[in-house]
Ligand binder design. Structure first.
Ligand code: EPU
Length: 427
């Protein structure tokens, strides 16, 4: 088993370069299924969710070639509509985008129910409602979702009950080759929704309104190939910002879109951190002394649920009492017990967490129960006194590229090692 060990208490200094956005990449790569020609996708993040998605595409017959560590060529012209291997598909959330993309291309799809981080109940009723509105019969059976539009798919007006990221993406994928116009009302507005629409439009789709509440998709006969570069990752950038805030120091986070970071910047400033914005970078200067704040997670442009655990780590160190209201995910406080091991004072009641700032955390053996929980453990460990060992790093490496090297370049004392080495040292 691989673990990270972190000796806390070092201030961070220097530059952190942000990679391509995970949640854009895991939507754009399956979208290549809709394209008749070769697609070159640049700025893909070097993370295991991308590796899994590329393996899934290969397994259904796509030709996939990495031309360098962040660029991939995909030719999906020879693929079939057969399902991806069950265990691969259920190992990640975004495998469900294969349903929208395959349904869009072949008029039928069958895929395993998705996996992903355990954030409580994660229904997909809005995806199914969207596929049905486009004319598909949808069944869930034996761990699979099967969808088929026997008479092809036809554009429709679809009102989402909540601004679901996944449903918005899946309906965009299923509808861009449907006949007629599709309208998604109460659509999600996250940066990766806009990035996917820009990608599809660059390949010949006709999608308007991405980034607003209403997205209009005029179905086209076919999509071509082309070249597209993925946007930088909002949450990776926010995680480095939170790390600098908690540990203290002077960190410039580069290759970012500052507009995507506004709510994170505003919250850190409220907590006493200096944040300067440049064209494609933000500089975070922190003395390591934070003041309490309240945060409520909301769909974009609100505060992202994917930054909630990292903020909890910062708030655990802040002076005063902070409150978090989680209004997007069903149950995203599983990491709290692990932060408590490090001395955090957090009580959770339903969607609300109250954090009594401890000012001082101490290193401990902890476990990353999901991707962003793992990021919170790293942040707490960087600021804590003493040594922390983090297990479950496979969750972290699903979504953060080269995080150990990037933090070491900032002066952090963090190492990735095998657990047996740990045990031998302790013995
Ligand atoms: N929901 C439903 N029915 C649906 C869809 C959603 O009830 O059909 C509810 C659920 O309560 C769910 C919530 O709405 O928990 C949010 O769901 P959404 O569809 O917006 O999220 P998702 O597509 O499952 C994506 C990201 C998550 C991120 C959320 C919210 C991907 C692959 N995943 O999940 O990312 O937390 O949007 O922004 O894009 C992460 O990167 O760590 C991560 C978990």
């Amino acid at each position: 088993m691989t673990v990270y060990t972190i000796q806390g208490g070092k201030k961070l200094k220097g530059e952190a370069f942000v990679g391509g956005a995970k949640n854009a990449a895991v939507a754009i790569l399956p979208a290549c299924v809709l394209c008749a020609g070769k697609v070159t996708v640049e700025n893909i993040p070097r993370i295991s969710d991308v590796t899994t998605m590329l393996e899934i595409l290969r397994s259904i017959g796509a030709q996939v070639r990495l031309t360098d560590s962040t660029t991939v060529e995909i030719d999906a012209s020879g693929i079939s509509s057969r399902p991806a291997p069950y265990d691969l598909a259920r190992s990640m959330r975004a495998s469900y985008y294969l349903i929208g993309a395959t349904l869009g291309r072949f008029g039928k799809a069958r895929e395993a129910m998705p996996g992903g981080c355990d954030l409580g109940v994660r229904p997909i009723d809005q995806h199914i409602k969207g596929f049905r509105a486009l004319g598909a019969h949808v069944l869930t059976e034996g761990g699979y979702i099967a969808a088929e539009g026997r008479n092809g798919l036809t554009g429709a007006n679809i009102y989402l009950d909540m601004a679901s990221v996944g449903a918005t993406i899946n309906i965009m994928l299923a509808s861009c080759l449907a006949s007629g116009m599709t309208l998604i009302d109460n659509a999600a507005k996250e940066p990766h929704i806009v990035d996917l629409a820009n990608f599809l439009n660059a390949m010949g789709a006709d999608i308007k309104g991405a980034g607003t509440d209403v997205i209009k998709i005029r179905g086209k006969q076919s999509l071509a190939g082309g070249t597209y570069a993925i946007i930088p990752d909002q949450i990776e950038a926010g995680t480095f910002m939170a790390a600098a805030a908690a540990a203290g120091g002077d960190v410039t986070v580069t290759n970012v879109i500052p507009k995507h970071l506004e709510c994170i910047t505003a919250k850190l400033c409220e907590m006493g951190v200096d944040v300067e914005e440049y064209d494609d970078a933000v500089r975070v200067v922190s003395g390591g002394k934070l003041t309490a704040a309240n945060v409520k997670t909301l769909p974009y442009p609100g505060f992202p649920t994917d930054m909630q655990p990292q903020m909890a780590a910062c708030m655990s160190l802040a002076e005063g009492t902070s409150m978090i209201t989680e209004s997007v995910s069903d149950n995203r406080y599983k990491y709290v017990d692990e932060l408590r091991r490090m001395g955090a004072h957090i009580t959770v009641d339903g969607k609300v967490a109250v954090i009594e700032g401890a000012r001082r955390l101490t290193g401990a053996p902890v476990s990353a129960c999901d991707l962003r929980a793992g990021a919170a453990m790293i942040i707490a460990a960087l600021a804590a006194s003493g040594r922390t060992t983090i297990e479950g790093v496979r969750h972290i490496e699903r979504g953060y590229e080269d995080i150990v090297d990037k933090l070491r370049a900032l002066g952090a004392d963090i190492r990735r090692r095998e657990h047996y080495a740990e045990k031998a040292k302790q013995a």
